[in-house]
Design a protein around this ligand. Structure first.
Ligand code: GAL
Length: 364
């Protein structure tokens, strides 16, 4: 019933006008006062194995309901084939828009062609979908900044800017099929590289190339296994001083490997370990002095942004974007709206309570 792809083509041109005339502020046309007649939005999330994606799914559904939409939420359980068939099913069911957090950035060409043929607009949620023209908008956080925030924490904690060192560091990256992995890696390495060159940071395993560091599907046990083998092979008479971890699930896997190797005592303290997503288990670990840091991204805000975008598209308004040039998916520049990530460590974790992300009780 709602045929929007033609409208989108003209909106894409209008976005720049909206941006120059009202900067990033919400223009009167962008307000959600005029509600669409409703419709059904299909939401394809990647996994239930991580708490954040449960919050994402729940928040998108809640926001869309408030805006008067029906929703169909599916989880792909980290299997790209399952996700592709879920999206095909949503297209067949006639949803009016799709919000998709891809498992494998490059595996959705077929289903997205079907969505395009059915004139269903597609929002790439958190992770940029690559290699297809059939993606209309992208909503995420500034992911290169996430990597920088993690690296900055390591630099500060080790006193690298004061000339301290040398320190032993090991490096972990996310899933090779997730486009965000590259941003996190590039952001972190941009800041760490000078200290690797000055030899204030040394990587005993020598594993510094992205393809040596990745963790398929961001899986904690996979990271734990890699850390165990690095410890066994390279740390006979050395100590780990820092671990760059891109995501809380990986951080906790790394901590398990370190604990099994005798770290976590006064005589052998855990290294500085970063993370991302402010997941409950990691916040508890930070409070307990184990994991040192995480990156808090308020995914409720991400969900709101995606929801507003869908409502704008389906109501023939111009969706708000704040970046039109940096998110080339290999086929087109995808207009994007990026939110800002925030450092969280032991000194400031109560920001999560102030924001209502967790209650005091949950953190006990
Ligand atoms: C990434 C996301 C991270 C983390 C990770 C594992 O795409 O940007 O915040 O959630 O997936 O789920």
């Amino acid at each position: 019933m709602l045929n929007r792809r033609a409208v989108l083509a003209s909106l894409a041109g209008a976005v720049s006008v909206a941006l120059t005339s009202s900067a990033c502020g919400k223009d009167s046309e962008g307000s959600s006062e005029t509600r669409s007649e409703g419709g059904t939005v299909g939401i394809a999330m990647p996994t239930r194995s991580s708490e954040r994606w449960l919050t994402d799914g729940k928040s998108v559904v809640e926001n869309l309901k408030i805006q008067g939409y029906k929703t169909k939420l599916v989880y792909g359980d980290d299997d790209p084939k399952v996700q592709a068939s879920q999206i095909e099913a949503l297209v067949k069911q006639g949803v009016n828009a799709l919000i998709i957090a891809a498992i494998d950035a490059k595996s959705l060409n077929g289903p997205l062609q079907q969505a395009a043929d059915a004139k269903i607009p597609v929002i790439s949620y958190d992770r940029l979908i690559l290699g297809t023209e059939n993606v209309d908008f992208y909503v995420s956080f500034d992911n290169e900044m996430v990597g920088r925030v993690q690296a900055h924490h390591i630099i500060k904690k080790l006193g690298l800017e004061d000339g301290e060192g040398p320190f032993n560091i090991e490096l972990f990256a996310g899933s090779p099929d997730d486009n965000n992995t590259k941003y996190f890696y590039e952001g972190s390495m941009a800041l760490l590289q000078p200290f690797l060159e000055s030899k204030q940071l040394v990587v005993p395993s020598g594993q510094t190339r992205l393809e040596q560091m990745t963790t398929l599907r961001w899986d904690g046990p996979t990271a734990e296994k890699r850390m165990r083998s690095i410890l066994a092979q390279w740390y006979g008479n050395r100590t780990v001083d820092a671990v760059l971890s891109p995501y809380d699930g990986i951080s906790l896997g790394v901590i398990s490997a370190l604990n099994a190797d005798g770290y976590g005592t006064d005589a052998k303290p855990l290294p500085v370990i970063t993370g991302q997503d402010a997941e409950l288990a990691s916040i508890k670990s930070i409070i307990a002095g184990e994991q040192s840091q995480t990156v808090y991204k308020d995914v409720r805000e991400l969900a709101r942004t995606a929801t507003e975008m869908v409502d704008d598209i389906l109501s023939d308004r111009v969706p708000r974007v704040n970046n039109r040039s940096d998110y080339d998916n290999g086929v087109k520049n995808v207009p994007a709206h990026l939110l800002q990530p925030q450092n969280v460590d032991k000194a400031n974790y109560d920001v999560l309570i102030q924001d209502g992300y967790y209650s005091v009780g949950e953190l006990k």
